[in-house]
Design a protein around this ligand. Structure first.
Ligand SMILES: [Zn+2]
Ligand SMILES: [Zn+2]
Length: 275
């Protein structure tokens, strides 16, 4: 999942009302013309998502507390955070419908970009799965289910009616070898995860970004190895002072081997926790 958080968008925490559970998720589209530039330029997606929030906050008739949707999904496979988890949407038409389902909008419109690319469907699916792990039931519906609207448009609604399956072919995806380092980092390290068992300070820091977690773990190993190196030097010096009767080289070799075994065991422990 390639999640873009509110923090990354420069937004404060959502002020939307709490909604800990719902029957499921409703899928939306923009309901207005969508620029075809969205398909080729991810910066357009982020700018549009910010525009949508601005326009919702400016909508005095609806009196929105935040962008109306829980998430948006862009043509490049990014899930853009809106109200996020466990918040009531304002997009489904009325209060009862808003309490019934969370809301995800695919960034396709009534003209221009109208066909959701597979990467967008994958991102909507990511959002549905994420919401299900956090209080949403199994239903996947369209805005038009139970409300008089064309939303989410023909192509998205056809996909919803099939049960919102995760696409198996994503033509836009390149083989990993062709991806830039930045793209790989975005794909793998875009979202924080629950602190792994081996993460330092996991009690005070419940979520970790993969990059900072790896840095912390490698930092610990490096510190340990520096400690072992210092201890080895100390033991070597000590062994040198043992009387002429002792076999200094044998003592040092035995101690060094014991230390190497200990270091290897640390590596194995870390790897086994990671896998
Ligand atoms: Zn809608
Ligand atoms: Zn995008």
């Amino acid at each position: 999942m390639k999640l873009v958080t509110r923090g990354q968008l420069g937004w404060p925490a959502s002020a939307a009302p709490s909604q800990p559970t719902a029957k499921g998720v409703k899928v939306h589209y923009l309901g207005s013309p969508a620029s075809t530039k969205l398909a080729t330029d991810h910066a357009e997606c982020l700018a549009l998502w910010k525009d949508i929030r601005r326009s919702h906050l400016a909508n005095k008739a609806e009196n929105y507390s935040d962008v109306a949707y829980n998430y948006a999904a862009c043509p490049h496979g990014f899930l853009l955070e809106g109200r996020g988890l466990r918040r009531r949407t304002g997009a489904n038409g009325n209060q009862a419908l808003n309490q019934g389902h969370y809301a995800i909008v695919g960034l396709v419109g009534s003209s221009g970009l109208t066909e959701p690319p597979d990467l967008m469907l994958s991102a909507i699916r990511d959002g549905i799965d994420l919401l299900r792990k956090n209080g949403a039931g199994a239903e996947v519906k369209g805005h038009r289910d139970g409300y008089a609207t064309a939303c989410p448009g023909g192509p998205l609604y056809a996909w919803v009616q099939k049960g919102a399956p995760r696409p198996t072919t994503t033509k836009e995806e390149k083989p990993v070898a062709e991806l830039s380092k930045k793209a790989v980092q975005e794909a793998v390290w875009e979202a924080p995860v629950a602190a792994p068992d081996t993460a330092p300070d996991r009690k005070t820091r419940p979520t970790w970004w993969a990059a900072s977690y790896l840095r912390a773990i490698y930092g610990q190993v490096a510190t340990l190895q520096r400690t072992v190196t210092a201890q080895t030097a100390a033991i070597t010096a000590l062994a040198g002072q043992v009387g002429k009767g002792a076999d200094t080289a044998t003592v040092v070799a035995a101690v060094q081997q014991a230390i190497r075994d200990a270091v290897i065991k640390v590596d194995v422990d870390i790897n086994s926790k990671e896998s």
